[in-house]
Design a protein around this ligand. Sequence first.
Ligand code: SAM
Length: 284
Amino acid sequence: MNYRHAYHAGNHADVLKHVVLARVIEHLKQKDAPFRIYDAHGGIGSYDLEGVEAGKTLEWREGVGRLFSMDGAPLALAQEADALIAPWRDCVAAVNEGGALKRYPGSPEIARLLARPQDRLRFNELHPADFKTLRARYAGDKRAAISDLDALVFVKSQLPPPERRGLVLIDPPYEKTDEAERALAMLTEGLKRFATGVFLLWFPVTGDGLDRRIKDAVRAMEANHLWTILNVRKPKPDGGLAGSGVIVVNPPWKLGRDLEILMPALAERLSQGAPFFEIKNAAP
Ligand SMILES: C[S@@+](CC[C@H](N)C(=O)[O-])C[C@H]1O[C@@H](n2cnc3c(N)ncnc32)[C@H](O)[C@@H]1O
């Protein structure tokens, strides 16, 4: 396992993924009934933007760095988009204690900060060192349990939640050739066990057609879903991470509207020359 998220934390793809994640959690909170958040690929939960890894790529500067100034002041979006991005932005501010931008919250931290006392958190991470960091970080949170399973085993063994309400984040590194197929298997197996769950699947756009394969495969599952992509520049083979996308199965009903407002504002803010976004509702 070579991938370490510390090199990429806070980049444009993290911003898209985490803004959507925060919106989904906010919609789940519209009902008092408890829910469970499953993070199958948790990473370490919080990242040092001044650390060696982040310093090597500086990817965060073209991501979260476009939405905060270095002294930690938020760089506002247009009015309606600004209100919708606020839950994610508040999480970034919380890990920086309102001061200068030095840290970035990963998906477990966003889940922890936005979840309520009645909600439950299940974080999973296979990398031995990252698992230890993740477990230490959340050991004191009574709502949380941390595991070090393969993500497919995690999904199969944990679902459905006793609360019958929940969100499953599938966020693999896509470094190995079979990882897209395994991510799709997680979705299939997850839906078999928890047909009403909200599933959030992140995928990269790198100009190799993987994004199309993933979207086509999810469409063939005939589940109610929407997807959105945000390319900050034109994808080309060997051109690196030009963009990314998120598929949300069983999306909260107002999520599509949120994205219609957020995506143009994010595309403009995160642009590296030729921004492009798309939002598709795909009811079965
Ligand atoms: C993109 S990172 C996750 C980032 C995190 N979800 C976030 O948004 O902050 C992917 C993580 O998956 C872990 N990983 C890779 N293969 C895995 C597997 N088969 N099962 C569980 N975790 C895995 C990697 O070690 C890495 O930490």
